[in-house]
Design a protein around this ligand. Structure first.
Ligand code: NAD
Ligand code: TYD
Length: 337
């Protein structure tokens, strides 16, 4: 049995990962989360009383707190991050503090406590920058060419992880995944935003021409990939994870309209995001071969489950809509929520 520190366990992917660990594995889990706007304690209410689970509220850049926790821990899975590109464009600072400084504090405390490892750092395809339509998908040896403050902060963290592996021999493993969707995703991201706007009869704001391409992966597939990398990954290695599912944003929104039987005229093309990456696509052969992992859930099945979850959990997202998210939405989209 291993003691694992999961950071950011009250966010979207962290929640799904903690639930997976407690449901199917025998790890003891400490969840360190600052409960920012994106963290929600309610997500893990069902596991609160599990004797293998403990929640600690705190920040990953708090060296004193983190060094105390590391004494009890074998391995780390670092999900904690500021994760939204649009917010990073408005203000980069929190991204530097959490994603860059926070990751370095975790690495330092992990090393000083002599943790066995691994230290699994959860990263993103966005560190590679943007592809044009005829480029081959990203491989792990692509250069890092991040275009947003968010992706630049994630790339910086990846490099600090690499440096800790090279300099101190820390057992660091990095996963880079494409766009996730599924239960518990905060409504600021494309898929939950569009589902909720459909349900509320609001317009669906598509940036630019809607032809930007993302590779979509169901969150449970990502979590299983992270677990596989934790258990089978080689120190110093990077594993691309993705869903083999490239779609334009317009195609994604059309799927949601079809599943919810809503009219196409809800779509509204709005001003493009500055520096908007055109296309992401992942070559996942390395992870398939080394980790015996592949995504299992196709987009149609994943989207049916996701839409069903938002239909069944109105209270969850209504509470978010009535909180501080309202002012973000109204300022960003220039519309009432
Ligand atoms: P999220 O924004 O939903 O959750 C982030 C969590 O981290 C929240 O619970 C928040 O409270 C916590 N947190 C933020 N700052 C913290 C700090 N300083 N200390 C402790 N906790 C803090 O994010 P997500 O979508 O679940 O993403 C999780 C990770 O996966 C991130 O590292 C992100 O970069 C990466 N990732 C996300 C995607 C995606 O599509 N969402 C794709 C690839 C990689
Ligand atoms: P997002 O979910 O923010 O993820 P990321 O920017 O990290 O890929 O956005 C996914 C895509 O959807 C991206 O191309 C931007 C686009 N998008 C819109 O068109 N409208 C929106 O309101 C949002 C939030 C995103």
């Amino acid at each position: 049995m291993k003691n694992i520190l999961v950071t950011g366990g009250c966010g979207f992917i962290g929640t799904n990962f903690v639930r997976l660990l407690l449901r199917e594995q025998d790890y003891n889990v400490i969840n360190l989360d600052a409960l920012t706007y994106a963290g929600n304690l309610e997500n893990l209410k069902e596991v609160e009383d599990n004797p293998r689970y403990r929640f600690v509220r705190g920040r990953i850049e708090d060296a004193e707190l983190v060094s105390t926790i590391m004494k009890e821990v074998d391995a780390v899975v670092n999900f904690a991050a500021e994760s939204h590109v649009d917010r990073s464009i408005k203000s980069a600072r929190p991204f530097i503090v959490t994603n860059v400084l926070g990751t370095q504090v975790l690495l330092d405390c992990f090393r000083k406590a002599g943790c066995k490892g691994p230290f699994l750092h959860v990263s993103t395809d966005e560190v590679y920058g943007s592809l044009s339509e005829d480029d081959p998908p990203f491989t792990e040896s692509n250069h890092l060419l991040p275009n947003s403050p968010y992706s630049a902060s994630k790339a910086s963290a990846d490099l600090l992880c690499r440096a800790a592996w090279k300099t101190f021999g820390l057992p660091v493993v990095i996963t880079r995944c494409s766009n996730n969707y599924g239960p518990f995703q905060f409504p600021e991201k494309l898929i939950p935003l569009m589902i909720i706007n459909c349900l509320e009869g609001r317009s669906l704001p598509i940036y630019g021409d809607g032809q930007n391409i993302r590779d979509w992966i169901y969150v449970e597939d990502h979590c299983r990939g992270v677990l596989a990398a934790l258990e089978k990954g080689t120190s110093g290695s990077i594993y691309n994870l993705g869903g083999n599912c490239e779609l334009t944003n317009l195609e994604v929104v059309e799927t949601i309209l079809r599943l919810l039987k809503r009219p196409r005229d809800l779509i509204e093309f709005v001003t493009d995001r500055p520096g908007h990456d055109r296309r992401y696509a992942m070559d996942i052969h390395h992870a398939q071969k080394e980790l015996s992992w592949k995504p299992e859930i196709d987009f149609e099945t994943g989207m049916e489950r996701t839409v069903r979850w938002y239909l069944d959990n109105r209270k969850w997202w209504k509470r978010i809509l009535s909180g501080q998210y309202r002012s973000y939405y109204e300022e960003h989209y220039g519309k009432e929520l």
